[in-house]
Design a protein around this ligand. Structure first.
Ligand code: ADP
Ligand code: C5P
Ligand code: MG
Length: 224
Protein backbone atom coordinates (compact mmCIF):
# COMPACT_ATOMS: atom_id res chain seq x y z
CA UNK A 1 0.00 0.00 0.00
CA UNK A 2 1.55 3.36 -0.92
CA UNK A 3 2.31 5.47 2.11
CA UNK A 4 0.63 8.84 2.27
CA UNK A 5 2.61 11.98 2.77
CA UNK A 6 1.00 13.76 5.68
CA UNK A 7 2.94 16.91 4.79
CA UNK A 8 1.29 17.14 1.40
CA UNK A 9 -0.89 20.29 1.70
CA UNK A 10 -3.62 18.63 -0.35
CA UNK A 11 -3.87 15.95 2.31
CA UNK A 12 -4.38 18.10 5.34
CA UNK A 13 -7.90 17.66 6.66
CA UNK A 14 -9.67 21.00 7.09
CA UNK A 15 -8.43 22.60 10.29
CA UNK A 16 -11.45 24.28 11.79
CA UNK A 17 -12.44 24.63 15.37
CA UNK A 18 -16.13 24.21 14.54
CA UNK A 19 -18.12 22.42 11.81
CA UNK A 20 -18.60 24.07 8.41
CA UNK A 21 -22.40 23.59 8.64
CA UNK A 22 -24.87 23.39 11.47
CA UNK A 23 -27.15 20.36 11.40
CA UNK A 24 -30.58 20.90 9.77
CA UNK A 25 -31.99 22.55 6.67
CA UNK A 26 -31.77 26.31 7.29
CA UNK A 27 -29.14 28.81 6.14
CA UNK A 28 -25.56 27.61 6.63
CA UNK A 29 -26.80 24.18 7.57
CA UNK A 30 -26.74 20.68 6.12
CA UNK A 31 -28.84 17.63 6.88
CA UNK A 32 -26.65 14.55 6.64
CA UNK A 33 -27.71 10.94 6.98
CA UNK A 34 -24.87 8.41 6.89
CA UNK A 35 -25.73 5.17 5.06
CA UNK A 36 -23.75 2.15 6.21
CA UNK A 37 -23.82 -1.62 5.72
CA UNK A 38 -21.49 -4.27 4.40
CA UNK A 39 -20.40 -4.38 0.77
CA UNK A 40 -23.40 -5.45 -1.32
CA UNK A 41 -25.94 -4.83 1.45
CA UNK A 42 -27.95 -2.60 -0.91
CA UNK A 43 -26.93 0.90 0.17
CA UNK A 44 -26.81 2.39 -3.33
CA UNK A 45 -30.06 0.68 -4.33
CA UNK A 46 -32.00 2.10 -1.39
CA UNK A 47 -30.40 5.54 -1.70
CA UNK A 48 -31.90 5.79 -5.20
CA UNK A 49 -35.38 5.31 -3.68
CA UNK A 50 -34.71 7.99 -1.07
CA UNK A 51 -33.45 10.46 -3.67
CA UNK A 52 -36.72 9.99 -5.57
CA UNK A 53 -39.04 10.34 -2.55
CA UNK A 54 -37.16 12.62 -0.15
CA UNK A 55 -35.24 15.02 -2.41
CA UNK A 56 -31.84 13.96 -1.08
CA UNK A 57 -28.57 14.43 -2.91
CA UNK A 58 -26.85 11.04 -2.92
CA UNK A 59 -23.11 11.13 -2.34
CA UNK A 60 -21.41 7.74 -2.44
CA UNK A 61 -17.91 7.93 -0.95
CA UNK A 62 -16.87 4.93 -3.08
CA UNK A 63 -18.16 6.61 -6.27
CA UNK A 64 -16.34 9.85 -5.41
CA UNK A 65 -13.12 7.92 -4.81
CA UNK A 66 -13.46 6.03 -8.11
CA UNK A 67 -14.10 9.32 -9.89
CA UNK A 68 -11.01 10.88 -8.31
CA UNK A 69 -9.00 7.76 -9.17
CA UNK A 70 -9.91 8.19 -12.85
CA UNK A 71 -9.49 11.98 -12.98
CA UNK A 72 -6.60 12.78 -15.26
CA UNK A 73 -3.81 14.40 -13.30
CA UNK A 74 -5.06 13.29 -9.89
CA UNK A 75 -2.17 12.89 -7.49
CA UNK A 76 -4.18 10.33 -5.54
CA UNK A 77 -5.20 8.06 -8.45
CA UNK A 78 -2.69 5.26 -7.88
CA UNK A 79 -3.09 5.35 -4.14
CA UNK A 80 -6.90 5.10 -4.33
CA UNK A 81 -6.69 2.26 -6.84
CA UNK A 82 -4.58 0.07 -4.61
CA UNK A 83 -6.63 0.77 -1.47
CA UNK A 84 -9.85 -0.15 -3.30
CA UNK A 85 -8.44 -3.35 -4.77
CA UNK A 86 -7.21 -4.38 -1.32
CA UNK A 87 -10.50 -3.45 0.34
CA UNK A 88 -8.68 -1.01 2.62
CA UNK A 89 -9.95 2.36 3.79
CA UNK A 90 -8.45 5.31 1.91
CA UNK A 91 -6.91 7.91 4.27
CA UNK A 92 -9.72 10.07 5.61
CA UNK A 93 -8.25 13.39 4.47
CA UNK A 94 -8.88 12.50 0.83
CA UNK A 95 -12.43 11.21 1.32
CA UNK A 96 -13.55 14.03 3.61
CA UNK A 97 -12.23 16.63 1.17
CA UNK A 98 -14.04 14.94 -1.74
CA UNK A 99 -17.28 14.87 0.26
CA UNK A 100 -16.97 18.47 1.37
CA UNK A 101 -16.29 19.59 -2.21
CA UNK A 102 -19.30 17.64 -3.48
CA UNK A 103 -21.57 19.09 -0.77
CA UNK A 104 -20.48 22.63 -1.54
CA UNK A 105 -20.93 22.04 -5.28
CA UNK A 106 -24.48 20.75 -4.75
CA UNK A 107 -25.47 23.64 -2.49
CA UNK A 108 -24.07 26.08 -5.04
CA UNK A 109 -25.82 24.36 -7.95
CA UNK A 110 -29.26 23.58 -6.56
CA UNK A 111 -29.45 24.96 -3.04
CA UNK A 112 -30.18 21.42 -1.81
CA UNK A 113 -28.74 20.88 1.66
CA UNK A 114 -29.97 17.33 2.25
CA UNK A 115 -27.37 14.62 1.78
CA UNK A 116 -27.27 10.84 1.96
CA UNK A 117 -23.63 10.03 2.54
CA UNK A 118 -23.32 6.45 1.40
CA UNK A 119 -20.46 4.16 2.46
CA UNK A 120 -19.09 6.68 4.91
CA UNK A 121 -17.80 6.84 7.62
CA UNK A 122 -16.15 3.46 7.33
CA UNK A 123 -13.55 4.03 10.03
CA UNK A 124 -13.70 5.79 13.43
CA UNK A 125 -11.28 8.55 12.44
CA UNK A 126 -13.53 9.49 9.49
CA UNK A 127 -16.61 9.56 11.72
CA UNK A 128 -15.05 11.82 14.33
CA UNK A 129 -13.31 14.17 11.90
CA UNK A 130 -16.31 14.61 9.59
CA UNK A 131 -18.63 15.48 12.47
CA UNK A 132 -16.01 17.83 13.88
CA UNK A 133 -15.17 19.80 10.73
CA UNK A 134 -18.12 19.36 8.33
CA UNK A 135 -21.40 18.67 10.15
CA UNK A 136 -22.81 16.32 12.82
CA UNK A 137 -25.04 13.66 11.21
CA UNK A 138 -28.78 13.39 11.89
CA UNK A 139 -28.44 9.60 12.20
CA UNK A 140 -26.95 6.54 10.51
CA UNK A 141 -29.10 4.28 8.36
CA UNK A 142 -27.57 0.84 8.79
CA UNK A 143 -28.38 -1.99 6.40
CA UNK A 144 -27.89 -5.20 8.33
CA UNK A 145 -27.23 -8.08 5.94
CA UNK A 146 -25.85 -11.63 6.17
CA UNK A 147 -22.46 -12.19 4.60
CA UNK A 148 -23.83 -15.02 2.45
CA UNK A 149 -26.45 -12.72 0.93
CA UNK A 150 -23.93 -9.93 0.34
CA UNK A 151 -21.48 -12.37 -1.23
CA UNK A 152 -24.07 -13.61 -3.73
CA UNK A 153 -25.15 -10.06 -4.58
CA UNK A 154 -21.58 -8.88 -5.12
CA UNK A 155 -20.66 -11.77 -7.42
CA UNK A 156 -23.83 -11.10 -9.39
CA UNK A 157 -23.08 -7.37 -9.54
CA UNK A 158 -19.53 -8.21 -10.63
CA UNK A 159 -20.82 -9.71 -13.89
CA UNK A 160 -21.57 -6.22 -15.15
CA UNK A 161 -20.17 -3.63 -12.69
CA UNK A 162 -16.66 -3.51 -14.14
CA UNK A 163 -15.45 -2.87 -10.58
CA UNK A 164 -11.93 -3.98 -9.69
CA UNK A 165 -13.15 -5.17 -6.27
CA UNK A 166 -16.24 -7.25 -7.15
CA UNK A 167 -14.22 -10.49 -7.24
CA UNK A 168 -13.67 -13.32 -4.74
CA UNK A 169 -10.31 -12.14 -3.50
CA UNK A 170 -11.24 -8.49 -2.96
CA UNK A 171 -14.66 -9.40 -1.51
CA UNK A 172 -13.01 -11.49 1.20
CA UNK A 173 -10.79 -8.54 2.16
CA UNK A 174 -13.68 -6.08 2.08
CA UNK A 175 -15.75 -8.26 4.46
CA UNK A 176 -12.85 -8.37 6.87
CA UNK A 177 -12.39 -4.59 6.77
CA UNK A 178 -16.11 -4.16 7.30
CA UNK A 179 -16.17 -6.31 10.44
CA UNK A 180 -12.93 -5.04 11.95
CA UNK A 181 -12.94 -1.38 10.95
CA UNK A 182 -16.45 -0.27 9.97
CA UNK A 183 -18.66 -2.08 12.50
CA UNK A 184 -17.06 -0.12 15.38
CA UNK A 185 -18.42 3.04 13.71
CA UNK A 186 -21.95 1.62 13.80
CA UNK A 187 -21.45 0.64 17.45
CA UNK A 188 -20.19 4.15 18.24
CA UNK A 189 -23.30 5.80 16.79
CA UNK A 190 -25.52 3.14 18.39
CA UNK A 191 -24.27 4.28 21.81
CA UNK A 192 -25.38 7.80 20.87
CA UNK A 193 -28.85 6.48 19.91
CA UNK A 194 -28.19 7.55 16.34
CA UNK A 195 -28.59 4.27 14.40
CA UNK A 196 -31.62 3.19 12.41
CA UNK A 197 -31.14 -0.50 11.65
CA UNK A 198 -32.99 -2.20 8.79
CA UNK A 199 -32.89 -5.88 7.84
CA UNK A 200 -31.39 -5.81 4.34
CA UNK A 201 -31.77 -9.53 3.57
CA UNK A 202 -35.33 -9.01 2.32
CA UNK A 203 -36.28 -8.06 -1.22
CA UNK A 204 -35.77 -4.49 -2.40
CA UNK A 205 -39.37 -3.37 -1.86
CA UNK A 206 -39.65 -4.84 1.62
CA UNK A 207 -36.38 -3.21 2.67
CA UNK A 208 -37.55 0.15 1.39
CA UNK A 209 -40.89 -0.12 3.25
CA UNK A 210 -38.93 -0.50 6.50
CA UNK A 211 -36.69 2.43 5.60
CA UNK A 212 -39.72 4.64 5.00
CA UNK A 213 -41.31 3.58 8.30
CA UNK A 214 -38.14 4.64 10.14
CA UNK A 215 -37.85 7.91 8.22
CA UNK A 216 -41.42 8.78 9.16
CA UNK A 217 -40.71 7.94 12.80
CA UNK A 218 -37.57 10.12 12.80
CA UNK A 219 -39.46 12.93 11.05
CA UNK A 220 -37.09 13.23 8.11
CA UNK A 221 -38.43 16.09 5.98
CA UNK A 222 -39.56 15.21 2.45
CA UNK A 223 -38.80 18.48 0.71
CA UNK A 224 -35.54 20.37 0.38
P1 ADP B 1 -23.97 -1.53 -1.86
O1 ADP B 1 -24.08 -0.13 -2.40
O2 ADP B 1 -24.40 -1.65 -0.44
O3 ADP B 1 -22.64 -2.17 -2.10
P2 ADP B 1 -25.82 -2.18 -4.04
O4 ADP B 1 -26.98 -1.29 -3.85
O5 ADP B 1 -24.87 -1.86 -5.15
O6 ADP B 1 -25.03 -2.42 -2.67
O7 ADP B 1 -26.40 -3.65 -4.25
C1 ADP B 1 -25.53 -4.76 -4.52
C2 ADP B 1 -26.18 -5.65 -5.59
O8 ADP B 1 -27.32 -6.30 -5.02
C3 ADP B 1 -26.69 -4.90 -6.81
O9 ADP B 1 -26.51 -5.70 -7.94
C4 ADP B 1 -28.19 -4.69 -6.50
O10 ADP B 1 -28.96 -4.62 -7.68
C5 ADP B 1 -28.52 -5.93 -5.69
N1 ADP B 1 -29.52 -5.69 -4.64
C6 ADP B 1 -29.65 -4.59 -3.87
N2 ADP B 1 -30.62 -4.74 -2.95
C7 ADP B 1 -31.12 -5.99 -3.15
C8 ADP B 1 -32.16 -6.76 -2.50
N3 ADP B 1 -32.85 -6.25 -1.49
N4 ADP B 1 -32.39 -8.01 -2.95
C9 ADP B 1 -31.65 -8.53 -3.97
N5 ADP B 1 -30.67 -7.87 -4.62
C10 ADP B 1 -30.41 -6.62 -4.22
O1 C5P C 1 -18.85 1.86 -0.96
P1 C5P C 1 -18.08 1.15 -2.00
O2 C5P C 1 -18.27 -0.35 -1.93
O3 C5P C 1 -18.32 1.70 -3.37
O4 C5P C 1 -16.55 1.42 -1.65
C1 C5P C 1 -15.53 0.82 -2.44
C2 C5P C 1 -14.18 1.01 -1.78
O5 C5P C 1 -13.84 2.39 -1.67
C3 C5P C 1 -14.04 0.47 -0.36
O6 C5P C 1 -13.85 -0.94 -0.31
C4 C5P C 1 -12.79 1.23 0.10
O7 C5P C 1 -11.60 0.70 -0.45
C5 C5P C 1 -13.04 2.62 -0.52
N1 C5P C 1 -13.74 3.49 0.44
C6 C5P C 1 -13.00 4.10 1.46
N2 C5P C 1 -13.61 4.90 2.38
C7 C5P C 1 -14.93 5.11 2.33
C8 C5P C 1 -15.71 4.52 1.30
C9 C5P C 1 -15.07 3.70 0.37
O8 C5P C 1 -11.79 3.89 1.53
N3 C5P C 1 -15.52 5.87 3.24
MG1 MG D 1 -22.53 1.13 -3.27
Amino acid sequence: MPAIDKNNPALVAPKRSSPLFSPGTGDNSALVIFVLGGPGAGKGTQCANLVRDYAFKHLSAGDLLREEQDRPGSEFGDMIKSYIKEGQIVPMEVTIQLLENAMNAEIEKSGNRKFLIDGFPRKMDQALKFEEVVVPSMFTLFFDCDEKTMHERLLDRGKSSGRADDNEESIKKRFRTFVETSMPVVEHFEKEGKVVKVDANKDREEVYEKVKEQFTKREVPKGQ
